[in-house]
Design a binder for this molecule. Structure first.
Ligand code: NAD
Length: 309
């Protein structure tokens, strides 16, 4: 199996490192536009192999996509991250151009790949990659839901003083302040979370989750990478090993949840063909209204992209 990660910055290098460490693919290619950067990161990860005992090979390339040829999965992390005070949507002008040119190269050299988009604004960059690649929608998937859900699960584990391993949850919608929390689908080892935590505390955790990315941007001056890199690697693993894992992921909706032509996070089954199935939950009226607000917010940014041409 061969996996390429485009963008050898914070998120891309972390993703490649997790993929190598977990031996998800035997060949992992890192590509970046900055001269020597991907080569250096790939060499550093390879030199960790004798210490951490893995045999996945990591190879770096400066803008040379021939090295990535025939990849089974390509993760796109190239693009600017947020700085304090910026919203994800502020990145659209620069990152749309980057994602477009990267996708053109991916299609040329890996026409059968499954693309996982990480660059922000996530839902609209997934749209950009889908438009450019012309791949079926099941092969162009955005990563945000695993990260947002992980943040929520981590906050809950802390509040309840239990292992994060035992918290199961799903969030939906766009990657931003309009994400759709679904507390009635959250359990702690099968116990509904609502039986273990009072409503106000749970609401405070959900509000913190919505701005979880911003909290880290404020602390570090740039956006997060450990959890995002691992989240992208987890999606790659589900595809490469045909695990049929159930995750929230961004995909173009074609009638599911009564929504058409919009890219939103929904629960999906991930396997060797990419999205094997979109799972449709029976949302209540409050959840439907939140999803509609999320759809509108994403659609507005999709329109901005269209105007940019
Ligand atoms: N979806 C999510 O949940 C999520 C989470 C965190 C970060 N992000 C996004 O991921 C992206 C990367 O974040 P980061 O922290 O790794 O940033 P970073 O600045 O550390 O890395 C980005 C890399 O992309 C490279 N790059 C730029 N243009 C390129 C091109 N045309 N071809 C190849 N490489 C190119 C840069 O040289 C840089 O090394 C940002 O857009 C960020 O907002 C998304």
């Amino acid at each position: 199996m061969k996996v390429t990660v485009v963008g050898a910055g914070n998120v891309g290098a972390t993703c490649a490192d997790v993929l190598a460490y977990r031996e998800v693919a035997n060949e992992i290619v890192l590509v970046d536009i900055k001269e020597g950067f991907a080569e250096g990161k790939a060499l550093d990860i390879w030199q960790k192999a004798p210490i951490d005992l893995y045999d996945s090979r990591t190879i770096g390339a400066t803008n040379d996509y021939s090295k990535s040829a025939g990849s089974d999965v390509v993760v796109i992390t190239s693009g600017l991250p947020r700085k304090p005070g910026m919203s994800r949507d502020d990145l659209i002008g620069t990152n749309a151009g980057i994602v477009k040119s990267v996708t053109e190269n991916v299609v040329k050299h890996s026409p059968n790949a499954i693309i996982i988009v990480v660059s922000n604004p996530l839902d609209v960059m997934t749209y950009q990659a889908h438009l450019t690649s012309k791949f079926p929608r099941t092969r162009v998937i955005g990563m945000a839901g695993i990260l947002d859900t992980a943040r929520y699960r981590a906050f809950l584990a802390e509040a309840l003083n239990v292992s994060p391993k035992d918290i199961q949850a799903i969030l939906m919608g766009g990657h931003g302040d309009t994400m759709v929390p679904l507390p009635r689908y959250t359990t702690v080892a099968g116990i509904p979370v609502t039986e273990l935590i009072d409503k106000d505390k749970l609401n405070a955790i959900l509000e913190r989750t919505k701005v979880g990315g911003g909290e880290l941007v404020k602390l570090m001056g740039t956006s997060a990478w450990y959890a995002p890199g691992s989240a992208a690697a987890q999606m790659v693993e589900a595809i490469v090993k045909d695990q049929r894992r159930v995750f929230p992921a961004c995909i173009k909706l074609e009638g599911e949840y009564g929504i058409n032509d919009c890219y939103l996070g929904v629960p999906v089954i991930l396997g060797k063909n990419g999205v094997e199935k979109v799972i449709e939950l029976d949302l209540n009226s409050e959840e439907k209204a939140l999803l509609e607000a999320s759809r509108k917010a994403v659609k507005e940014v999709m329109d901005v992209l269209q105007k940019l041409g």
